[in-house]
Design a protein around this ligand. Structure first.
Ligand code: AR6
Length: 172
């Protein structure tokens, strides 16, 4: 099942939530700041021990005080105009999050809109990559949940899901 909802990812009750982190795993603003604030210091301690995560890769920690059981920290690309392998790296961030989730027995997972905040990735293009990755992994999870932080994002996500569904039923 692939669901899209408006909300705050720190409140989601799923096996794992995904964090839009930076390569140093040092925390920051946006969803990263919100997750660390809500989870408490144990998660930052674990991140410190891991030490870092290259762009497009993912690492996993406990979830501290959150309702979720695990946090998967992935690093999306900074948007630099689209010619610096941004689409490939964003796709890798989603795929490696799914692969790490599977490896850790995660059956339900929630994603924020990785790279579309501070990192400046254009929302519609990022959403196509996010949802296409989800469709590829849909059969391997009980639920893949996309958490939109604004009505605008919610509109884009639902519109693109329809577009991708139509494409699938119409065939190539
Ligand atoms: N729940 C769900 N989505 C949220 C929340 C929340 N509580 N808070 C923000 N968002 P961003 P990035 C949305 O900037 O672009 C950090 O400093 C937000 O509206 O958090 O990947 C890291 O440390 C947007 O749609 O992540 C990195 O340095 C989406 O989450 C850098 O920012 C992603 O925005 C990563 O930048």
């Amino acid at each position: 099942m692939l669901t899209i909802k408006l909300g705050d990812i720190t409140k989601e009750k799923v096996d794992a939530i995904v964090n839009a982190a930076n390569t140093g795993l040092r925390g920051g603003g946006g969803v990263d700041g919100a997750i660390h604030h809500a989870a408490g210091p144990s998660v930052m301690e674990e991140c410190g021990k891991i030490g870092g995560c290259p762009t497009g890769q993912a690492v996993i920690t406990g979830a501290g005080k959150l309702k979720a059981k695990k946090i998967i920290h992935t690093v999306g690309p900074v948007w630099r105009g689209g010619g610096k392998r941004e689409p490939e790296l964003l796709k890798a961030a989603y795929e490696n999050s799914f692969l790490l989730a599977k490896k850790n027995g995660v059956k339900s997972i929630a994603f924020p809109a990785i790279s579309t905040g501070v990192y400046g990735y254009p929302l519609e293009e990022a959403t196509r990559i996010a949802l296409a990755a989800g469709i590829n992994f849909e059969a391997e999870f009980d639920e893949i949940r996309y958490i939109c932080f604004s009505e605008r994002d919610l509109g884009v996500y639902t519109g693109i899901r329809e577009e991708l569904r139509k494409k699938r039923t119409e065939g190539p």
